[in-house]
Design a binder for this molecule. Structure first.
Ligand code: PMT
Length: 406
């Protein structure tokens, strides 16, 4: 895929795989991208600034306190003047510093200051990779929306075998293209926020309250919006669904986390709330597993969760178009109409989630679209088709496409 005109900031940290960064620069430039490099002190133990400068045909940045660098291209500007920040190789150390929010060298400062998507290609010894500290850091970074490519399994420079080898250069290029090669369409230049999946509300360290949402509908909507060119942030609860292509995915567990991730994703032109957010959470979360004793079963006191859709519909930074779903088991359309008004959204899609419909977890959905100025009963469609039809209607409403028959 062509990367013409795309600007990539490549951070090379200190691992033996740093030599592959040279090949990565060549491959990206062959596809038309411009590459600017930050070389950490560790990285400079493995490759020279001169090689990177020669291949990128640009100067290489290393020093946070360089007077010349700061006057020509301050570290804030460096972090923002790119379409994508790539860390390859990403050592256990730099991943830990990213997770901790440190700013103790130029690379870490750039990563903390950037407002651009970040892709990391981890590379390290197999035991460092498997260490709980590294895995916790990765989980935290994933939840913050950081994308990963690799590592792969294989023989290592340290004569061990396992996971930790940096992804091959072509795999990293493909991951970069998937991130940047967004489709052009009627929603190009528009930002979309989509929520998907269930939330899990913990009771104690091993138990939680959840629902049957699979994330299929929300993920299909995110994919359809991205296919029309939108810049999509998908905030999802725990699901087995694969990340939709060309979207930024933020994984959360609870409703409170989902609310925070949604607020952080604003501003947006359109928000679609397809997540089945738990209405309540447990008030007094037990820090240890609740024991089964001779006493009566424990009573759970519940408190109401924040309503994400209502907060988007009524908040100061309201997207131009706010769309909700109504999951109903009786008086589906009438309840959905009332919900649209109550939550301050523009459109609501009513769906029947009674057990016999198979809506939760299934591949098909039958929705009724309710707007202020009219309603449409859509036929039973696959969830992908519901997503496509909704995305076309959104494009038409935002003035960038034809509504088709939606
Ligand atoms: O995930 P799947 O298995 O594919 O199933 C799809 C689906 C049935 C989950 C989906 O089509 C759907 O109906 N999503 C909304 C589920 C829901 O929670 O509906 P609700 O009627 O309880 O909530 C109404 C709206 O408010 C929804 O847009 C919901 O995302 C939102 N909400 C609810 C509670 C809350 N605390 N915050 C919210 O934002």
């Amino acid at each position: 895929m062509a990367l013409a005109g795309k600007r990539i900031l490549l951070i090379v940290s200190g691992g033996i795989a740093a030599y592959k960064a040279l090949e990565l620069v060549r491959r990206l430039r062959e596809r038309g991208a411009s590459v600017r490099c930050v070389l950490t002190p560790g990285g400079a133990q493995f490759i020279t600034p001169l090689s990177l400068a020669a291949l990128s045909e640009d100067r290489v940045y290393s020093d946070l306190f360089s007077l010349t660098d700061e006057s020509e291209m301050g570290h804030i500007q460096l972090s923002r003047a790119a379409d994508l920040v790539v860390v390859a190789p990403a050592t256990a150390d730099i991943l830990a510093r990213m997770a901790a929010g440190l700013a103790d060298d130029l690379a870490a400062t750039v990563l903390l200051a950037t407002d651009k998507p970040v892709l990391v290609a981890p590379a390290m010894n197999v035991r460092m990779w498997a260490h709980p500290a590294t895995q916790d850091n990765l989980e935290l970074l994933r939840r913050r929306g950081v994308r990963m490519v690799g590592p792969n399994e294989g023989a290592m420079a340290c004569n061990e075998y396992g996971f930790g080898r940096m992804a091959e250069v072509e795999e990293i290029v493909a991951a970069i293209a998937a991130q940047l090669g967004r489709a052009e369409g009627p929603l190009t230049g528009r930002r979309a926020l989509v929520t998907s999946g269930p939330t899990h509300e913990p009771i104690d360290p091993v138990r939680y309250i959840a629902n049957r949402s699979s994330g299929k509908q929300g993920h299909a909507i995110a994919a359809a919006l991205a296919a029309l060119g939108a810049e999509v942030t998908l905030v999802t609860g725990p699901t087995a669904e694969a990340d939709p292509p060309d979207t930024r995915v933020v994984r959360v567990t609870t409703a409170v986390e989902m609310m925070a991730a949604c607020r952080a994703a604003l501003p947006a032109d359109v928000a679609v709330c397809a997540a089945a957010v738990a209405d309540w959470r447990v008030a007094d979360l037990a820090s240890e597993k609740i024991k089964k004793g001779a006493d009566a079963a424990p009573a759970l006191r519940l408190v109401e969760n924040p309503d994400i859709l209502a907060s988007l519909g009524r908040g100061p930074d309201r997207p131009a178009l706010v769309i909700g779903f109504a999951a109903e088991t009786e008086q589906v359309v009438a309840n959905a109409r009332a919900k649209r008004a109550r939550k301050g959204c523009d459109w609501i899609l009513a769906n029947d989630v009674s057990a016999h419909t198979g809506t939760f977890g299934g591949d098909a959905n039958r929705v009724h679209l309710i707007r202020a100025d009219g309603e449409e009963a859509w036929p039973a469609l696959s969830k992908a088709e519901v997503g496509q039809r909704l995305a076309a209607a959104i494009a038409a409403a935002l003035g960038g496409g034809t509504d088709g028959d939606a």
